[in-house]
Structure formats: C-alpha cells, structure tokens
Ligand binder design. Structure first.
Ligand code: 2IP
Ligand code: CA
Length: 376
C-alpha cells in the first residue's frame, strides 16, 4: 500500500494547488473573501465559495482515490456534503467529471453562471501536480484497501486561509497564526478498529518567493501499522535540560486549562495557535511537546491524518475526558460518538467529544492528565 501513500501525497498536492489558485486568481479570490450579508446572501448561491472550494477538493480526492482503489470509494469521508443549491434554487451535486470542460460546466451551475471562476477552478482540479519527492522507495505497507477508510479535511484553519496574513517562517519556531496554519489533511484508518494507519499533511503556504510572489508548500507523511513505523519527520530529541514540557493550546481554551498548563510548563513554554491540524503538526515537529484541548471542538477529519504521524513517532492523540475519568485511550475513527445515539446529528456525530491530548512521549501524556485531573 505504499502506492496509496504516493497517491495521497499527489492528491494532497493537487488540493494545495487548488487552495493556492483560489487566493492567487482575482476572480476566485473575490469570491473567497466576499462578505455575505442580507439580500446578497439570498441572491447569490446559498453556500459560500469557501465551502464550494472545500467540496471540490474533497470530491477530487474521492474521484482520484476511488479510480485507483475502488474498494475504498464508499469509505472516503469529509466534512462537506456535495449537494449545492444555486441562486435559482436548483440543486446541483458537485462531482469531478471526466473532462475539465464538463467539470467547468457543472461548477458554473453552482456559481450562478460565473464561467471565468468555474474555468479557473476546473483547470486547477484537472491539472497534474508537480511530481512529489517523498522518499517512500522501499517502504512496504502491509494493508489491504478493503480494510481502509479515509478522512479528508480539504482546508483546515479556514479562518486563517481566508484572512491570509503572511508570515516569514523560521525553522524550529512556532508561529501562532497566519496562512501557514492552513493545511490539507488526509488520514487513513482501519475500518475494523478505527486506528489511524497512514496520514498525509500538506502545508500549501510555506514559503513565498519574494520575486515571483508565488507560494510553495511542503508535505509530511507517516505510516503506522503492525511493525511498520515510518515518518517523513525525524523524531524530535527530548527537550534537553528544559525545566518542564511545552504545550500549545487554542486561544479559546478554558482559563483553568491555560492556568494549569502555564504552571506545569514554566515561563514562556505555553503557546496559543490557530488550527487544530497546525497545533498537532507543531507536536509532530517538536515545536511543542503536547497539544491539549478540553472541548469537543475538533472532528475526525481534523485529527486522523496528524494522529497517524504521531503514532509513527511513538506518540498519539488521546481522549482527554476518558483519561481524566480512568485510563487514557487513543481516539479512533470508525464510529461516530456516542455509538447509536440518534440525537447526535450532522458533523457533531463525528466530533472528538472528549477533547484531546496530542503527544510524542507517553510519559508527558500522563503528566498532563495528572495536572488536569479534578480541574475540569
Ligand atoms: C477548525 C480549525 C480551527 C480549530 C477547530 C477546527 O477546522 O482548525 O482553527 O479551532 O477546532 O475544527 P482552534 O483554532 O481554536 O483550535 P476548520 O477551519 O476546517 O473549520
Ligand atoms: Ca478542520
């Protein structure tokens, strides 16, 4: 299944191209940042353009993976539904068609006849990505496609993607917000147990060429199944001689969690950052030791891909509430929560309800849980 990994790296790069094109091409960018208010909201297509871009990316991944691995086609999930209603009240199901022209015609129907925007978007979807140098040669992955399912987050950290603030990143440093927080996340899990076994993360906006103004991205991958543990990121060395651990949290985290972790971590070792995927990526890269979230505000599509990379590095993503109640258990991806509860509707069914702790070192997971026990 190293072929699946290479395919996912390629489709993630295509997704990153679509994300970049939507910001670089003026007709698409205008749609992306338009404020929907009052009358305008009713005149324009009902869902916003960002949702359409998400759906298009999600459908493109479904199309490409389904073509090569038909056994997986009905187990490829994401946040969005592909049913749209345009300004005329017509319902359109967005799919990726056989040709660029057909896809453009379909998108034009959703975009209320905006052919320029539809053609630009279709062009990006049907373009072959630049070849990816992923160093996966010799990797053997003992998995069968009929055992696997996929979670896609086409663009995580939407608000940062739309706001578009540009940062010049420095290697080894965490940057709390900006375009670099937007990530394409594709995670693969085992249908039987829900374990995440393969993950691909693409960061579309990593470096901006000062002369051309063009962005280039970078990617990360990991595989963890049976005895195979492989990751494009080297294991971060333990924070040598540092007094405590370091943590990254959402800026909207509860005060009691911020306070508890601030005293656990020591001065200057608690950061706030945007994007659930970006925060887990910070842990993967060793920019923070743990990411703690006490709310059920992330979803399976946010955590599946980066979780696979953390497992490949000897860490994981645990359910915080379960850990506080009894034992830490790893998040799983095959069932909605709570199983069989008819009251959980839509996206909420797929929330990581108990919050989470992402970690590289299991000892640090236990330290965090001990520090929060009795406080939430
Ligand atoms: C969001 C996004 C947010 C995050 C939230 C995710 O996904 O990553 O940034 O909140 O949990 O579900 P926070 O930044 O406070 O951690 P999306 O942008 O795809 O909706
Ligand atoms: Ca998300």
């Amino acid at each position: 299944m190293a072929d699946l990994l290479r395919l996912l790296l390629r489709v993630a790069e295509k997704a990153a191209n679509v994300a970049r094109v939507c910001r670089q091409e003026a007709p698409l960018f205008q749609l992306l940042v338009q404020e929907k208010t009052g009358d305008d909201k009713n005149k324009k297509f009902v869902q916003d353009f960002k949702t359409l871009a998400d759906v298009v990316i999600q459908e493109m991944i479904r199309h490409d993976v389904g073509a090569e691995f038909p056994e997986m086609a009905s187990f490829i999930h994401g946040e969005e539904s592909n049913k749209f209603e345009n300004g005329l009240g017509e319902s359109v199901t967005v799919t990726v068609c056989g040709t660029e022209d057909e896809t453009a015609a379909l998108l034009a129907a959703v975009l209320d006849g905006d052919r320029t925007a539809a053609s630009l978007l279709a062009g990006a979807i049907h373009q072959d990505p630049a070849s990816i140098d992923a160093h996966t040669d010799g990797l053997a992955v003992p998995l069968d496609p009929s055992q696997l399912g996929i979670w896609i987050d086409p663009i995580d950290a939407t608000s940062q993607y739309i706001e578009g603030r540009e940062e010049v990143l420095e290697e080894g440093h965490l940057f709390p917000s900006g375009l670099h927080c937007a990530l394409v996340l594709i995670g693969v899990y085992l249908r039987s147990t829900g374990e995440p076994v393969m993950g691909v993360i693409n960061q579309p906006f990593h470096h901006k060429d000062p002369s051309s103004g063009r962005w280039s991205g970078r990617h990360f991958w990991g595989v963890c199944c049976g005895s195979v543990r492989a990751c494009s990121v080297a294991r971060a060395p333990p924070s040598a001689g540092a007094p405590g651990l370091s943590a990254v949290l959402s800026s909207s985290e509860k005060q009691v969690v911020k306070d508890s972790l601030r005293s656990l971590c020591g001065p200057g070792r608690l950061a706030l950052a945007s994007g659930a995927g970006y925060k887990i990526l910070c842990v993967i890269q060793g920019l923070a030791d743990v990411y703690v979230l006490s709310e059920g505000s992330t979803f399976k599509w946010d955590s599946c891909a980066p979780h696979a990379l953390l497992r490949a590095l000897g860490g994981g993503v645990a359910d915080l509430a379960a850990g506080l109640r009894s034992q830490p258990t790893e998040l799983t991806y095959h069932r909605h929560h709570p199983p069989g509860d008819g009251e959980q509707r839509g996206a909420e069914r797929w929330a990581n309800h108990g919050g989470l702790v992402a970690y590289r070192d299991p000892a640090q997971l236990h330290t965090v849980i001990a520090a929060l026990r009795g406080k939430l």
